[in-house]
Design a protein around this ligand. Structure first.
Ligand code: ADP
Length: 259
């Protein structure tokens, strides 16, 4: 609590009373802490691939004539790490754009059937690579929702990408859509590794990952789900998750229908 006291004096400089202002700054402190933590996380996440790039380049430079196989191997690592840096920067920029509520286009009426069809085309190669059984249960006719189409696509891509990433070969990924009077619901479920219950409340936080090493190896930035949550909230929806370790995970979210 921050306290500020001011005395009230009359014409003869006699104190007549005191005004005390008490301000609860718990929330402010908390925001400051979240910000500091975020900047710390970003710096760390940016530095990790950079350190690795510098290390490999310096090793190559220190060696007078490394053979071409070593060259190739080291340059491939440098490329992977540069890709990771690029993805991280794209995610960070997207997140800040979405958070600040600035989007390139205004809201338009969106047909989720079309969005899902486009997204499935994008994720299909990864689904086939892992020989996953992809089940789609989407009604042919759906009410429209209002939003930014590229953001809505982004959120479906992030969730389906995760379902694919965290499900072993030959598992199942399911996309189910249904509507009630006011909302359109989507469930994206998988038969993957699941999320331990103690981690569940934190997975939408920026950079939170159940297993940092695994996520990094799979090309994750730890920002995907926080981007998803922000997009859904900007569109007046809500998201929830259910999961069981080694059984699978289900994300459930809705958007309000356009009346
Ligand atoms: P990442 O880039 O690491 O995938 P996300 O923000 O998309 O970051 O997800 C945060 C964490 O939540 C992941 O690192 C992973 O531990 C967990 N997670 C997300 N989706 C799933 C899923 N479908 N199955 C199991 N774990 C998941």
């Amino acid at each position: 609590i921050r306290v500020k006291a001011t005395s009230i004096k009359d014409q003869d400089e006699q104190i007549q009373g005191v005004v005390v202002v008490l301000r609860d700054i718990t929330e402010l402190r908390h925001l400051e802490q979240v910000r500091t933590e975020f900047v710390g996380n970003v710096s760390h996440e940016l530095r990790t691939p950079l350190t690795s790039i510098k290390g490999y380049v310096e090793t190559l430079l220190a060696n007078d004539n490394p053979d071409s196989a070593i060259y190739k191997r080291f340059l491939n690592v440098v490329k992977d790490e540069a890709d990771r840096l690029e993805q991280l920067i794209i995610d960070l920029l997207d997140l800040s754009k979405i958070e600040s509520g600035i989007s390139g286009k205004g809201y338009e009426a969106i047909n989720l059937n079309q969005v899902i069809e486009d997204v499935l085309t994008i994720v299909m190669p990864k689904v086939s690579d892992k020989e996953l059984n992809l089940k789609i249960d989407v009604p042919a006719e759906l009410a429209m929702i209002s939003g930014d189409e590229s953001q809505i696509k982004r959120l479906y891509i992030n969730l389906i990408d995760n379902a694919v990433k965290y499900t072993p070969n030959c598992g199942e990924v399911k996309v189910k859509v249904y509507e009630d009077d006011e909302k359109i619901w989507t469930e994206i479920s998988d038969t993957g590794i699941g999320i331990p219950s103690e981690d569940l409340p934190r997975i939408f936080e920026r950079f939170y990952r159940v297993d940092k090493a695994r996520s990094r190896n799979l090309g994750g930035t730890g920002l995907g789900l926080s981007i998803v949550k922000h997009i859904i909230e900007q569109h007046n929806g809500m998201i929830d998750v259910e999961s069981e370790v080694e059984k699978g995970t289900k994300f459930i979210f809705y958007f309000p229908k356009v009346k």
